[in-house]
Design a binder for this molecule. Structure first.
Ligand code: NAD
Ligand code: MG
Length: 391
């Protein structure tokens, strides 16, 4: 139920957050708190952190919550039994809640391939998407774009680089000559190959500029994250990969840039804070005030830019290769990456082995040039099995 108190009051935008207990999800709730006159969280969902989900539900009073992992359903239901909040469980429930008539926008802040089905379900129900779950675009960008055209659904990017590019393109009608996709380079930017052989998950989890969920932090250390962002940029902005230049910029102040036909370059800058792109996705086409930190121009002495090392960070090259091959190859890479990313975090594979296993999976998994949705599900399962078999 929309909770407007008087008839004159404008209806608040009702936002469904898939993955409300994560890094993006909790920051999205901070944005909603800051602008509680404009936004309301009408659906909150989590994978397994039911206690935090219950706490969030008590504070934000959504109409519904979903705990994907069914073993926590009873505990969550019990914790919220005194409140008028519908409690659901299971992956199918995620696809159902986003279709509710009261939902105005869906923030996809889940991690991994699991974000694909509920995103498709939301698009089919005509819900605008605030897209954080980049894996959806990596796996099935072409399919998602087709569905968005069919159901006339906009995608508002939340990923900081893509939000920056989106902001650079605001008001522009001319063709893009080049996208400059910036990358921090992660914690191992200056490491030698020898050093990379022995790096630990704890070292990889210390990102220099961003505090993010574990999976994307490891992807940032391997630079697979940047490879995924190249694929995401291709589908979001219709720009071919040879026009997307990855530039390492360790300070993460320039969030990305666009170069136009006359050579002019527009960049978007700011303090690294994901609440800025989240808020813009919620409020677009307006910009809202924020209490977040501002850039201090007198202390920014060094903004540096360098070329990525594709030999050291092979995952970035593999993502380029997958994009060039097309079809279900990015889906294969994503699935293999999810397997090795977790294995690395659990000390079951080394940092450099991750790229070896992904590459071998790319050779072994069945290639499909024009995959359907069902093909993606099958590819994901097959590639996970192949990658898992090499650990
Ligand atoms: P996170 O691990 O901190 O949070 C993930 C959320 O998804 C949690 O609420 C978790 O409960 C839920 N979840 C995980 N697996 C699930 C499943 N199988 N079913 C249902 N729910 C599940 O991750 P994050 O860092 O917030 O990232 C979320 C997404 O946003 C990722 O796709 C990531 O690439 C993208 N992203 C994150 C950042 C960032 O700063 N954290 C920046 C850009 C893009
Ligand atoms: Mg990013």
């Amino acid at each position: 139920m929309p909770k407007t108190t008087n008839m004159q009051e404008q209806r608040k935008k009702q936002i469904a957050i898939l993955g409300s207990t994560g890094s993006i999800g909790t920051q999205a709730l901070q944005v909603i708190s800051e602008h509680s006159d404009l936004f309301e969280a009408c659906v909150l969902t989590a994978g397994h952190r039911w206690e935090l989900l219950a706490e969030q539900a008590r504070q934000f009073m959504p109409a519904a919550v979903v705990i994907a992992d069914e073993q926590y359903y009873d505990a969550l239901q019990e914790a919220l039994s005194d409140l008028p909040i519908a409690v659901y469980t299971g992956a199918d429930a995620l696809c159902e809640v986003v279709q509710s008539s009261e939902v105005d926008m869906v923030l996809t802040a889940m991690v991994g391939f699991a974000g694909l089905p509920p995103t498709i379900s939301a698009i089919r129900a005509g819900k605008p998407i605030a897209l954080a779950n980049k894996e959806t675009m990596v796996v099935a960008g072409e399919l998602i774009n087709g569905l968005c055209r069919q159901y006339q659904v906009p995608i508002l990017p939340v990923d900081s680089e893509h939000s920056a590019i989106f902001q650079c393109l605001m008001g522009e009608q001319s063709e893009v000559e080049k996208i400059i996709l910036t990358a921090s380079g992660g914690p191992f930017r200056t490491f030698s190959m020898e050093q990379l052989q022995t790096v630990t998950p704890a070292q990889a989890l210390k990102h220099p500029n961003w505090d993010m969920g574990a999976k994307i932090t490891i992807d940032s250390a391997s630079m697979m994250n940047k490879g995924f962002e190249v694929i995401e940029a291709k589908w979001l902005f219709g720009v071919e990969p040879d026009k997307i230049q990855v530039v390492v910029h360790p300070q993460s102040v320039v969030h990305s840039a666009v170069q136009f036909a006359d050579g002019a370059v527009k960049a978007q800058l700011g303090v690294p804070d994901m609440r800025v792109p989240i808020q813009l996705a919620f409020s677009f086409p307006m910009r809202l005030k924020s209490s977040f930190d501002r850039l201090d121009w007198y202390t920014m002495h060094d903004l540096t830019f360098e070329q990525p090392d594709l030999k050291k960070f092979r995952c970035l090259q593999l993502a380029y290769d997958a994009l060039a091959r097309g079809g279900n190859m990015p889906c294969i890479v994503n699935a293999a990456n999810e397997v090795v990313n977790l294995a690395f975090r659990e000390n079951r594979c080394s940092f450099l082995q991750m790229a070896d296993i992904i590459e071998a999976t790319m050779h072994k998994a069945s290639f499909i040039a024009k995959p359907t949705y069902e093909d993606y599900l099958q590819t994901d399962a097959e590639a996970r099995q192949i990658a898992g078999g090499q650990l």
